[in-house]
Write a protein that binds this ligand. Structure first.
Ligand SMILES: Cc1ncc(C[n+]2csc(CCOP(=O)(O)OP(=O)(O)O)c2C)c(N)n1
Ligand code: SF4
Ligand SMILES: [Mg+2]
Length: 289
């Protein structure tokens, strides 16, 4: 029988059934020791785990505003340093908090070189407030602020490259995964925490209402993102690509396998799907190891 008392995130949360983000969090928690402090920006993770007066967290946990998880973590780290404590500090935030609203303050934290792990659960939209487009929303996706219709094919912006932004700050550890690869996530969190300096891990987290998928499709979505080359599993150590799910003999599945299971891409024409295929082809060349 599962000993829920030993889980760092208890099952008593109220996320949507099948939420990719909540399953990714469990994979992250498996890598953390009890000597860890968590900071959560506003978003689905915070809202679904801490409905007042309860909390699903079994570790010290603090809720920041949407935009200021990074400086709160910096303050906690400074206090720990002063007390000569080695407690790990881990931020968890959505793509809206990371790619858009908190970006300036994240940049400051990274400039200061503080040993804090930042984890972005990338649902590719502002899920908690009803699926508005963020800087992470992929080209062609239908969201409430990029609605597909007669005059629009959905989002006309290409997903912002957060990994490159993290690498440009000289981070020693930068990695990407998806919620469908629990062991990959757990290993990357352990590696990030063992690497000196700031680190960044981004996890693609399928979202039922955002992606318009069924409650049993988060695993399939996270796997197909990797198998098509659209969201490869990547790890950069000291700025160098050290592991990649794209090997020299990688046989990619067509992007349509990934797009066709999601309601947010149903409106795309064959030509538009070709443009998304070109993005995956570019990744396959760029990230092959
Ligand atoms: C400064 C500010 N702007 C907007 C909001 C409203 N808001 C709360 S959660 C949320 C969406 C969060 O999106 P994301 O960071 O991607 O996390 P997700 O819910 O997708 O996991 C928004 C817009 C807020 N709380 N604070
Ligand atoms: S809206 Fe999306 S991210 Fe939020 S709890 Fe539901 S499935 Fe998870
Ligand atoms: Mg999001």
């Amino acid at each position: 029988m599962t000993n829920y008392k030993k889980q760092k995130l208890s099952p008593g949360h109220n996320a949507c059934a099948g939420c990719g983000q909540l399953s990714a969090v469990q994979s992250v928690m498996r890598a953390l020791s009890d000597d860890t402090i968590l900071i959560s920006a506003t978003g689905c993770l915070e809202v679904t785990t801490t409905a007042y007066p309860q909390s699903a967290w079994q570790l010290p946990w603090i809720h920041s505003l949407f935009e200021n998880a990074a400086p709160i973590a910096s303050g906690i780290k400074a206090a720990l340093n002063k007390k000569k404590k080695k407690t790990k500090v881990v931020i968890q935030a959505g793509d809206g908090a990371t790619y858009d609203i908190g970006l300036g303050l994240i940049s400051g934290m990274w400039e200061r070189g503080e040993e804090i792990l930042y984890i972005c659960y990338d649902t590719e939209a502002y899920s908690n407030t009803g699926v508005q487009a963020s800087g992470s929303t992929p080209w062609g996706a239908n969201t409430v602020t990029t609605p597909a219709g007669e005059k629009s094919f959905g989002s006309s912006q290409v997903k912002k490259d957060m990994l490159k932004i993290a690498l440009a700050h000289g981070l020693n550890y930068v990695a990407q995964s998806t919620s469908a690869f629990p062991d990959d996530i757990t290993n990357k969190v352990k590696k990030a925490l063992a690497t000196p300096g700031p680190s960044y891990l981004q996890i693609l987290s399928p979202c039922m209402p955002g992606w318009q998928i069924k409650t049993d499709q988060a695993g399939q979505g996270g796997r197909l993102a990797v198998q098509t080359g659209l969201y490869p599993l990547l790890q950069y150590i000291h700025g160098e690509l050290s592991t990649s799910s794209i090997k020299k003999d990688f046989k990619a599945l067509p992007v349509n396998d990934y797009l066709s299971i999601q309601g947010r891409f149903q409106h795309l024409s064959k030509d538009e799907i070709k443009q998304i295929q070109a993005l995956a082809d570019k990744n396959i060349k760029h990230f092959a190891l």
